[in-house]
Each structure stands twice: as structure tokens, then as C-alpha cells.
Design a protein around this ligand. Sequence first.
Ligand code: FES
Length: 105
Amino acid sequence: MTFHPVGPASDFPDPSSTLVEVDDAPVVLIHAAGHFYALDDVCTHDGGPLSDGPLDPEEKTIACPRHGAKFDLKSGAALTMPATKATAAHEVKVEDGQVLVRLVG
Ligand code: FES
């Protein structure tokens, strides 16, 4: 899998969570506390869009807007019920001011 450009880093304020498409897959790109993260934009409980849920930059979590399950920004791990499975965490890097995402898994 290759890295795909998703836009200039300046398009993603800190903090923010933005739905982007990477290779036709919905990915939530998160900028929080100086770091970028990319997770599948699909809650493992019942498919809720994580990009619509509240981001907690200090706790490094994003919550599903449907039933509130929280996911770890770095690992994608499901931290609270009702989700029990991790969502995929993808690789992100910034090069020449561009944010690049490589799908993992
Ligand atoms: S769909 Fe995400 S917590 Fe239920």
C-alpha cells in the first residue's frame, strides 16, 4: 500500500477531525495536540461515523456519535462499550506540508 495525499496540513486545524477518502475508503483524519492520526471512519459497534463524534485531544480519544463508544486515536482500540473491537488505525505523515495517509490492514 502506498501513501496517499489528503491535503495540505494547513487545511486541518488543531484540534479537528475531518472525513477524507483514501483509496475509496472513508477515513477520519484527526489533528490533535500537535499530532496527526487516521482511523477508519467506521465505528465497530454499528458503523457510526467517527468523524461526526466528539474529539478529546487531551484524552487522545474520539467518540462515536451514535452510542458513545470511545476509540484510542493512535491504536484505534475500543476503550468503552458498546464497541469491543478496534477500528483500523492507519499511518500518517506530513511531507512538504502535505498530509499523507497509508491504509493499514
Ligand atoms: S455505532 Fe458506534 S457506538 Fe454504536
